[in-house]
Design a binder for this molecule. Structure first.
Ligand SMILES: [Zn+2]
Length: 308
């Protein structure tokens, strides 16, 4: 869709989720994405019995993974968001995105979750930690990684800092979460200043970062005005979210709409092929008393018993 996204008539009861819309504001040198997760998010959460603060954290992290993972469009490339601490209630958070599929899990100390309260701060969850953003490019085999301290009020704020510090790209990120008829929905908006020549890609800092001017300030204020409920409400189409924010702009160019799913690469065949690469003596050492190697997928909370 080119031009101003006009509000479209939505059939009553229609819900938009597990979709991402990427867009450009060509007259403001800005680009962005808006995303909403629903059933795919529920599927990720269903593999685990996480308490509410951990579920909410993982929901936010998956939305961020969708927003950031789609910044670099290349088939089979993988984006990974990893937050890690020593001594935090959350020890490890891992989410990744590849070819439209999202997955994630959290390793935490259940005995300390009750101390957190319903909406814990980033430091309450992680203590002193680090956020690692990694892009593994399929065609070139290159890996880009940026690491920033887990600082700020939220995971979204830590990601904004990642863009500011590692890529020198001014970025606004907003997230929202809500329940509708007992189902969880989580949405997000990412808008960033775009270098005037070409598109800055995640992992590639522009050679000479341009100073963002009044145009960017305007976009940042408009983007920051979105309400969390607008992002999470499945009755509100994503193009309507853009319309509400940017209807006074000369042009909002919708670039792409993408369906998102919950996906994992774990299969018995996959693990068999991985284990086959180990030397025989190491495989023998991995076997249990029944001669079986147990491999577990932390994303799916599933154990595969491999009999080689
Ligand atoms: Zn799995």
């Amino acid at each position: 869709m080119t031009g101003q996204p006009a509000p479209t008539g939505t059939p009553p009861g229609a819900r938009e989720a597990d979709r991402l819309v990427s867009f450009l504001l060509p007259h403001r040198d800005a680009r962005g994405r808006v995303v909403r997760l629903g059933p795919a998010l529920e599927q990720v959460l269903a593999a685990h019995a996480y308490p509410t603060p951990i579920r909410n954290l993982l929901a936010d992290a998956l939305v961020l993974t969708a927003l950031m993972g789609t910044l670099r469009k290349e088939e089979h490339s993988q984006f990974t968001l990893q937050a890690q601490t020593e001594g935090g209630v959350v020890e490890l958070l891992v989410c990744d995105y590849r070819d439209g599929a999202l997955r994630g899990y959290v390793r935490h100390d259940p005995s300390r979750v009750d101390d957190l309260g319903p909406s814990p701060s980033l430091s309450a969850l992680f203590g002193k930690g680090y956020l690692a953003i990694t892009f593994d490019l399929a065609t070139s085999g290159e890996r880009y990684q940026g690491v920033v301290p887990l600082e700020g009020a939220s995971l979204a704020e830590a990601c904004e800092r990642y863009f500011a510090q590692s890529e020198q790209v001014p970025t606004v990120i907003r997230l929202g979460r809500g329940m509708v008829d007992g189902h969880i929905y989580a949405g997000g908006l990412l808008v960033q200043h775009m270098p005037p020549v070409g598109e800055s890609k995640l992992g590639e800092a522009p050679q000479a970062p341009p100073e963002p001017g009044a145009d960017w300030q305007h976009v940042a204020i408009m983007s920051g005005s979105i309400r969390p409920g607008e992002l999470s409400d499945p009755a509100l189409p994503l193009t309507q979210v853009l319309w509400r924010l940017f209807h006074e702009e000369r042009e909002v160019r919708v670039l792409d709409e993408e369906a998102l799913t919950r996906g994992c690469r774990c299969t018995a065949e996959y693990y068999r092929s991985v284990l086959a690469k180990f030397p025989e003596d190491e495989r023998v050492a991995m076997r249990n008393d029944d001669g079986i190697i147990a491999v577990d997928c932390a994303f799916c909370s599933k154990i595969f018993e491999i009999d080689l």
